[in-house]
Design a protein around this ligand. Structure first.
Ligand code: KIV
Ligand code: ZN
Length: 392
């Protein structure tokens, strides 16, 4: 039976860590309102202990966006009481508050970052979960740098924090170190053990894109049992970013035949959300970015355009309207064929016969050679000019 995959959006926390992308409280509220329309399951609204501004933003989001909704509102805390208190005091206004706690499990984190023993770190994590659990029912524990951690220590930590009350275990590939097959194997083993201990605990993944594999690792994790994915809009986030929400969601939906899983995302809001995040944060989306890039649904080669006009599925695996665009775009260039140009003229409601079209097509090629792209308005002027010159 097809499984529901929870979508946890961290655009306002990991995404906002991008240098220069800082939002003010009103902008954060706007993004959160849009994420609600997008129907994400969980919004990570910020890191309240980091500043008074962030605390206020998380609190406002909990009050205004999370108070009349099933969607969970969470925020990040280190495994220390003051951070946990900050999160609690900010998210408690939401209908479904949740805390997201993070503590490293790799030797690098335990020994070099914290200068502690593994047992000490494990105990700190357990005590923090117990305290958080006394305040809120939903506690997520993130084993930071999990993909570079000793597997048996990672498991010992997970088992102990579940026993202490954690309801979600998040496995971060913090530095984008994982490769899909290896990561998938790790998730498979963890899922097996977690579900044996407590089948209600959700297993989550949080993948970074340092080697360009964040989406692939996330999908491989889903294939191997992960229940929840952590993503950002347009894949923004620390360094090379996080798994892009739109890529993960559209891969699960388009290749449902393979993944046998679905999300509750309102796909028609994907492009709107991408545009809002990009413009408020001042972060351009690369033109060839999957799903949300300007060229993601634009076809320019003549062979492709001809094929598409005959049968869209020849070169199109997602109908653009599914993600909220009007329709596919045929970009007219010198490589476009007669079929595409004829179709574009027809869409402009200009009536010309075959003989006239041949002349217009010759003019079009001349223009397209001089200009990189020919837009509808160029074509309109070109045809009108031709008709005027020929007194028709
Ligand atoms: O990348 C990471 O490990 C994180 C954690 C807070 C989940 O962002
Ligand atoms: Zn991260």
């Amino acid at each position: 039976m097809s499984r529901k995959i929870w979508v946890f959006d961290t655009t306002l926390r990991d995404g906002e860590q991008v240098p220069g992308a800082k939002l003010n409280i009103y902008e954060k509220l706007e993004v959160a309102q849009q994420l609600k329309k997008l129907q994400v399951d969980i919004i990570e609204a910020g890191f309240p202990a980091s500043s008074e501004g962030d605390f206020q933003a998380v609190k406002q989001i909990a009050q205004q966006v999370g108070s009349s909704s099933n969607m969970m509102i969470t925020a990040l805390a280190r495994a220390v009481k003051t951070d946990i208190d900050s999160v609690y005091n900010a998210v408690k206004y939401a209908e479904n508050p949740m805390i997201h706690m993070v503590l490293g499990t790799s030797d690098i984190h335990v020994e070099k970052k914290f200068s502690k023993s593994k047992d000490q770190i494990l105990q700190i994590g357990v005590d923090a979960v117990k305290y958080a659990k006394s305040l809120m029912p939903q506690v997520q524990y993130s084993t930071e740098d999990a993909s570079r951690s000793d597997f048996e220590y990672l498991w010992k930590t997970i088992e102990a924090v579940i026993d202490a009350g954690a309801t979600m275990i998040n496995v971060p590939d913090t530095v984008g170190w994982a490769v899909p097959e290896q990561f998938g194997d790790m998730i498979y083993k963890l899922n097996d053990r977690i579900k044996n201990v407590n089948p209600d605990v959700l297993l989550s993944v949080h993948c970074h894109n340092d080697l360009g594999m964040a989406t692939a690792n996330t999908l491989q994790a889903v294939k191997n049992g992960a229940d929840k994915v952590e993503c950002t809009i347009n894949g923004i986030g620390e360094r090379a970013g996080n798994a892009a929400l739109e890529e993960v969601v559209m891969a699960l939906s388009t290749r449902g035949d393979y993944f046998d899983a679905f999300t509750s995302i309102n796909k028609k809001e994907i492009i709107n959300t991408s545009k809002i995040v990009s413009s408020l944060m001042g972060l351009d989306v690369q033109v060839n970015k999957a799903i949300t890039g300007d060229n993601a649904f634009a076809h320019s080669s003549g062979i492709h355009q001809d094929g598409l006009l005959k049968s869209r599925d020849a070169y199109e695996i997602i109908h653009p309207t599914e993600v909220g665009l009007d329709d596919m775009e045929l970009v007219l260039t010198a490589r476009s064929g007669r079929h595409a140009v004829r179709n574009a003229i027809c869409n402009l409601s200009i009536d010309i016969n075959e003989e006239q079209f041949e002349d217009v097509f010759a003019d079009f090629l001349e223009l397209a050679d001089a200009k990189k792209e020919v837009y509808d308005h160029d074509l309109f002027i070109l045809v009108e000019d031709y008709l005027r010159r020929h007194d028709k």
